[in-house]
Design a protein around this ligand. Structure first.
Ligand code: HEC
Ligand code: HEC
Length: 340
């Protein structure tokens, strides 16, 4: 075989395996993820390596309402950068004001999540994207129809070839948006500066709150590690009878009824209202809930026990939780709406 032809063919094979394509200038522009101090290296799927072209395309798609049936709702309608990519409504309306059942969670640090959704249902970001696109109460659309619209748009076609060397299709849409989500890392809160960056920035009240959180109360048995979650699904005693069956919806097991994934507490001051259904409005009320040990439910975690906490200790704990807010994350230009 002639050498030129051989290189050509092996080039096609490499591309079809999803290996990073060289840009026109011949350079591979891999995207350099900045890992905050104290954070582990995240796992990026080999078949969808981070590149600048993929990030750029994913960001456009994330902010584009073209993903919903009537072009009214984008991913960012429910995952707002100024709210740490969460939302401040208990249930965010989808197309035509339709309401689903759950509260929109933050997307900060989703690159580290071993599972997605409150019931821990899905294992990859690529798969998760099909949920809001298809949900009747969210975007109510179809990824094949979205692909057809994008293929009529010369900017999307150009960006899609630059990112994946193919036209915008479901493969490209799911991979590009996941790539954008993977760069949404938040690790520069006051807590991070204190715990990982060698700075003494927490005041006395915040330090007392940190001690309550980690040592005196057992919050960190579930909200543990650098991302304040152990990613298990548990019942934290909100109701005697739940409208949402939680993890049982997936496994059908009675022992999984009303279990919900432990959420991260990063940027928690911005992501009210709280819990899977947005039923608790403030951090004061969240703490009041935990003080009671939660209401009786047959699947309630035995880690939840009633405890005493004075008003000033409650204030300390809230001051500490407020230290988990990362202002640089909210303003990071790389995450901003490209249409504005
Ligand atoms: C109408 C509001 C709405 C829209 C639009 C929406 N989401 Fe969500 N998102 C939610 C809600 C509510 C949940 C929690 C759902 C559940 O647990 O079943 C969620 C969960 C997620 C999760 C799981 C996070 C975790 O930690 O488990 C990811 C990732 C996500 N959304 C990404 C997206 C992307 C990408 C888009 C656009 C393609 C999008 N969302 C559009 C409301 C929305
Ligand atoms: C047994 C495990 C467990 C323990 C211990 C625990 N939590 Fe939670 N926490 C959860 C689960 C599960 C949820 C989500 C429940 C839901 O969505 O309905 C949650 C939700 C929260 C939320 C709301 C998060 C959001 O984004 O909606 C806050 C705030 C919170 N917990 C703080 C604390 C504090 C403070 C403590 C210690 C006093 C604590 N938790 C102890 C499991 C636990």
């Amino acid at each position: 075989m002639k050498k030129g032809l051989y290189i050509f063919i092996s080039g096609i094979i490499l591309l079809s395996c999803g290996i990073i394509k060289q840009s026109d200038s011949g350079e591979i522009s891999a995207y350099e993820l900045e890992i905050p101090k104290g954070f582990p290296e995240p796992l990026i799927p080999e078949a969808n390596a981070l590149t600048q072209a993929r990030v750029d395309l994913g960001r456009m798609l994330f902010f584009d309402p073209i993903l919903s049936i009537d072009s009214s709702i984008s991913c960012a309608s429910c995952h707002d950068q100024s709210l740490a990519f969460a939302d401040n409504r208990a249930i965010t309306p989808g197309v035509e004001g339709r309401l689903a059942m759950r509260n929109a969670p933050t997307l900060a640090n989703v690159v580290y999540n071993p599972t997605f959704l409150f019931d821990g249902h899905l294992k990859t970001l690529e798969m998760q994207i099909l949920v809001p696109i298809g949900e009747h109460a969210e975007m109510a659309f179809n990824i094949v129809e979205i692909s057809k619209l994008l293929q009529k748009d010369s900017t999307y076609v150009r960006m899609s070839y630059a990112a994946y060397n193919r036209k915008p299709d479901p493969f490209v849409i799911t991979r590009a948006i996941s790539t954008f989500e993977r760069i949404l890392i938040s690790g520069n809160s006051k807590y991070d500066q204190q715990a990982y960056q060698g700075k003494n920035v927490l005041n006395k009240s915040e330090k007392r709150g940190m001690d309550l959180f980690f040592n005196q109360l057992n919050c960190a048995e579930c909200h543990s590690g650098f991302n304040f979650t152990n990613y298990t699904t548990v019942n934290n005693g909100l109701y005697e009878v739940y409208a949402d069956s939680g993890r049982q919806r997936v496994t059908k097991l009675e022992s999984d009824r009303a279990l919900f994934k432990v959420p991260t507490l990063r940027n928690i001051s911005l992501t009210a209202p709280y819990m899977h259904d947005g039923s608790i409005a403030t951090l004061e009320e969240v703490i009041a809930h935990y003080k009671t040990g939660g209401v009786q439910h047959k699947n309630k975690s035995d880690k939840l026990k009633p405890f005493e906490l004075s008003d000033s200790e409650t204030a300390d704990l809230i001051h500490f939780l407020n230290c988990l807010t990362d202002k640089s994350f909210l303003k990071n230009k790389e995450f901003r709406n490209p249409f504005e």
